[in-house]
Design a protein around this ligand. Sequence first.
Ligand code: ZN
Length: 263
Amino acid sequence: MADAHDPAEAGNRSTRLTVLGSGDAFSGCGCNASYLVDDRVLVDCGGPVQVLMPRVGMSVSSLDLVLVTHFHADHTFMLPLLLGARAFTDDLRQGLAIAGPPGTREYVTRLLSTGYGRRLVGLIDERIRPQWWVLQDGATERIAGYSVTARAVVHSTGPSLAYTVSRGPSPVIGFSGDSELCAGLRRTIAASDVMVCECTGWEEPAEGGHLWRGELEQLIMEFPDTRFVLSHLRTRGTVAGAIMAHDLLGLDIDAPGIASLSG
Ligand SMILES: [Zn+2]
């Protein structure tokens, strides 16, 4: 059945990638990690998504799926505010899918109950009716009309996942989450037309299970068919062959490459 909310059904095969937050954890280089595929899939919620989505003409009520890469604060601590905003919006839609590594439901519930108490947990259950998904290395699931593949990556906390997200014939967008160089990261890049990849270190390797500029230059050479968007930045500069993210950057992507860029 045709879905008026569905860009693929509407004949539009391009994908809109929006960087809501481009900064690393502590530098203040940008809001913390949060990305959109179209206006329907949110990857991580480190930035104030309920503030940032309206700034790019979108509403939290359009989200169908939230993907969590790992449980660090700069990727998750705005989740209670996003879920609260969704629960209290006028154009409420139920059935938001929330997917992440094992323990995601317990972790998010703990964030909510610590921040706002059990009453908000009950209210969000009642008004949003979250659908919880557990994703692990190698899992491919169709969630909210999107194909999502998770791959385990190596970071300073576990479990940590990288994702590829696509819809029908539309381009495949990859997200590294936080990761050092590892097989799961390389498999995710190889499967992606456009890869949103963290680049935390600039002049030298970054501690804590992160990538740095020298490694990104190597990966860009290694995967010439993948277009890199570098984010999770501690420092802003240029890397040959890559697009550097900034907050509220929007990219319209037509397979096999980026057709237009705005933001
Ligand atoms: Zn991070």
